[in-house]
Design a protein around this ligand. Sequence first.
Ligand SMILES: C[S@@+](CC[C@H](N)C(=O)[O-])C[C@H]1O[C@@H](n2cnc3c(N)ncnc32)[C@H](O)[C@@H]1O
Length: 408
Amino acid sequence: MDQSILVLGREKNICLAELESLYKNLASVYNQELIEINLSASKINLLNLGGSIKLAQVMQKIKIKNLNQETEITNYLQTIIEKHLNQSPKNKVNLGLSFYGFKFSLKKVKKIQFEVKKHLKNLNYSVRFVPNENLSLSSAQVYHNRLTINHNLEIIIGLHETSREIILAQTTQIQDFNSYTNRDRNRPKRDSRVGMLPPKLAQIIINLATFSSTTDQNSSLTILDPFCGTGVLLQEALIMKYKVLGSDIAQKMIDYTSINLDWIVDQEKLDKANYKLFLADATTFQWSVKFNFVASETYLGLAFTNHVQLKVFESNMQTCNLIIKKFLNNLYNQIDQSTGICLAVPFWTYNNKNYHLDIIDHLSSIGYNLVKFSLVNGRLVYQRPNQFVGRELLVLKKVNKKDNYESR
Ligand SMILES: C[S@@+](CC[C@H](N)C(=O)[O-])C[C@H]1O[C@@H](n2cnc3c(N)ncnc32)[C@H](O)[C@@H]1O
């Protein structure tokens, strides 16, 4: 079957938008945790998808009669695992089962594993099931038990959202969490005051900015990050083989980015000629080099907590709003309607209420449309639990300007 399944990460909306941006109508929702893509898993590179944690090749789709009876699922699993083991030497094999969309108890999972193991033992196969702590195995469990290599196997069992269909798929790739940690923690220069953009989120921003791209020859395309800070987004874009331009208003940030990009160029054996940096105020600068996309985490405001006074909070929010508005005005005459744009802008949870930038309601007045994703319901937000400042992703397209929006 030329179909694959992706398991979504924590922030479902931005993960869905990323997949729709890349795979358009080849992507559809299977259930709240799984997305089906009408492409073979071999055509998908999970390492460039910040929002998905597992990739699996679809093996079979089945209509189930009784969802509460595990015997039917057990039988299908026995057959599919037996077929898999027939093609492998009779060594001990590690098996894993991950259920998505089910309301099973762990007891039921153990029972299924017990029955499958018994059946396989009668056929002289020696298998070990990775014990489930939850209905699905974590990427770390899949990795440590080597379930995507040799003759080991993780089967994803997904229940369709509205029908009694079940999908069985073999995991072929999991997110490379060791590499993400290395890219995040081991960069030579970090600065907690400008925030720590996780590399995964940087990948999502890049994939959303490039949604209109018609080529997969990334090396012919250039991405601009006009608020580059310590350069996480530029680092990720270089790894994805784009050419990059970065600018920042602070010399210290340009110095940090330069050191960090030299480090990643060296680590990943990339071409140093593929990046250029400028010391520049994004609200006034004219970038002299041509670029195809703008992908950036903008200024997120002062770092303080939920306990700040309302007046200080409001003034900080207005400053962010003004800088981003001025930047978009400045950008307007330097791009055309094909320039893809994705900005991570701040939003705040203050006294249990969410505050979003005022400019978001006035984008058409300054010449931009907010791109909507049909798989997504609601805003594209990323916020860790109890975090005061979250990020909201705005995917924008240049359009003709409407009436004037007075600055606030
Ligand atoms: C939230 S940080 C971006 C962090 C970045 N994503 C990283 O990987 O470190 C925002 C950056 O915007 C810069 N900045 C603030 N106002 C600016 C302006 N008007 N023009 C350009 N850069 C600006 C700050 O110096 C800061 O480095």
